[in-house]
Design a protein around this ligand. Structure first.
Ligand code: ADP
Length: 457
């Protein structure tokens, strides 16, 4: 087993990884930017090295500085968390070349699945249904229009290198497609340094269902069932749950098998997520594979009782999976609400600043993953997620009631947060019935006024 791990990340995921390491008796080395000197991950790690100024391009994305820190700190492995360098194949390759274990899949697999057009093709070859669309990237607007005529509007233009909901444009006719083609390319070039885009049929009001998988270095792949992540704003997830209220046992069997098949096909190692869209008729289609730990992994951890971060570390150290598929069961219902420092009453404007007071909920069946504390100043430089509240119970209703209770206790003074929105979602009759799709939030925000409160006590 590893003796020391460098965590190439910040915020709650860095804290989450440090906690797993500590329980496993592994030492931790945090890296941080000048803006994060007082951050929780720096305080909790055994050692910490400053790697540069606030801008992530000068710190958390600087491969040479992270590798230097790894060498100075004499670590055996690097955990990339999510975001930043987690899906950067070059970074994984540099780690491989420097003899530092990258806690994730091989760089070649990250590269393959990081190109969403190649991932589509890989899924198709594995016999997995994909959304009707282009074979590979589309190079000009004429081809885009021709293909859209064939598959029928609406369509969605998506960035080959995409992630985080960026570089996507929905089009309902030729004019909006031509415009969307160019804006998606420009956005993709800016965000991912790769302007390539591809086309998919736009599935109306689908549900987003994803399967958590684990693969060891001996070639064994397991799944940890599904998460439903259809509560999204601008293609960004806000609420996730497991199991999905949309799947029956038969659908669950088929979709989990499809996810395992694609992972086996690419000889996947470590934790990964295979994402699908489910249409109103119950058909599912592969959309992408994420080759890293996901923000919403705690939902699965609580639903099936497996510590995914520890599994990642064991797999990277070369240990075989000790779990058997038949032993992995959905034992309870778990829900996660992402708490962002944003003002839902003001078009979700980011609200960085000092947290004056902070009271975090607890009690039976509640878990909060966060790096925040009273007196902490949320820097404006990074993403606005400041906490994840996970509530679980014997069934969906119990989990929702527990989440409502937990959110009502959560008190953050000093910055505005999305807690009032999350509380309102938990009370929504359609959400409570499990009848929702990715169109939920647009409809919900159109009919509900979220009160501009600073905190909830
Ligand atoms: P990203 O990698 O940026 O997260 P995804 O391909 O995972 O992009 O898609 C994110 C979300 O965008 C999906 O969960 C879904 O809500 C929406 N989406 C993507 N592709 C389609 C499609 N073909 N039809 C309808 N919605 C889509």
């Amino acid at each position: 087993m590893f003796e020391k791990i460098l965590i190439a990340n910040r915020g709650e995921i860095a804290v989450r990884i440090i906690r797993a390491c500590r329980e496993m008796g592994i030492k931790t080395l945090a890296v941080y930017s000048e803006a994060d000197a007082t951050s929780m991950h720096v305080q909790l790690a055994d050692e910490a090295i400053c790697i540069g100024p606030a801008a992530s391009s000068e710190s958390y994305l600087k491969i040479d500085r992270i590798i230097s820190a790894a060498e100075v700190g004499d670590v055996d492995a690097i955990h990339p968390g999510f975001g930043f360098l987690a899906e950067n194949a070059h970074f994984a390759e540099v780690c491989e070349n420097c003899n530092i274990k990258f806690i994730g899949p091989r760089s070649s697999v990250i590269k393959m699945m990081g190109d969403k057009a190649v991932a589509r093709e890989t899924a198709r070859k594995a016999g997995i249904p994909i959304v009707p669309g282009s074979d590979g990237p589309i190079s000009n607007e004429q081809d885009a229009v021709k293909l859209a005529k064939k598959i029928g509007y609406p369509v969605i233009v998506k960035a080959v290198g995409g992630g985080g909901g960026r570089g996507m444009r929905i089009a309902h006719n030729d004019v909006s497609l031509v415009k969307g083609f160019h804006t998606a390319r420009t956005e993709a070039e800016r965000a991912f340094s790769n302007p390539a885009v591809y086309l998919e049929k736009y599935i109306e009001l689908p549900r987003h269902i994803e399967i958590q998988i684990l693969g060891d270095q001996k070639g064994r792949v397991l799944h940890l069932f599904e998460r439903e992540c259809s509560i999204q704003r601008r293609h960004q997830k806000l609420v996730e749950e497991s199991p999905s209220p949309a799947l029956d046992e038969n659908m669950r069997k088929h979709i989990t098998r499809a996810a395992v098949r694609i992972a086996e096909k690419v000889e996947y190692t470590n934790a990964g997520t295979v994402e699908f869209l489910l249409d109103a008729k119950g058909n599912f289609y592969f959309i992408e594979m994420n080759t890293r730990i996901q923000v919403e992994h705690p939902v699965t951890e609580e639903a099936v009782g497996v510590d995914i971060v520890k599994e990642q570390i064991r797999i990277a150290a070369g240990e075989p999976l000790t779990l058997e598929q038949r032993d992995i069961r959905l034992m309870c219902h778990a829900i996660e609400c992402r708490v962002n420092a944003e003002d839902p009453a003001n078009d979700f404007r980011p609200c960085p600043g000092r947290i004056e007071s902070y009271y975090c909920p607890g009690g039976h069946g509640v878990r909060v993953d966060s790096h925040c504390y009273a007196g902490y100043t949320i820097p404006p430089t990074y993403d606005s997620m400041i906490a994840k509240v996970i509530a679980f119970g014997h069934d969906r209703r119990a989990a929702i009631d527990r989440m409502s209770r937990a959110l009502s206790e959560f008190s953050i003074q000093g910055v505005k947060t999305t807690i009032p929105l999350q509380r309102a979602i938990m009370q929504d009759p359609d959400f409570r019935r499990g009848r929702y799709s990715t169109g939920f939030i647009d409809h919900f925000l159109g009919t509900k006024q979220i009160e501009p409160v600073e905190s909830e006590a």
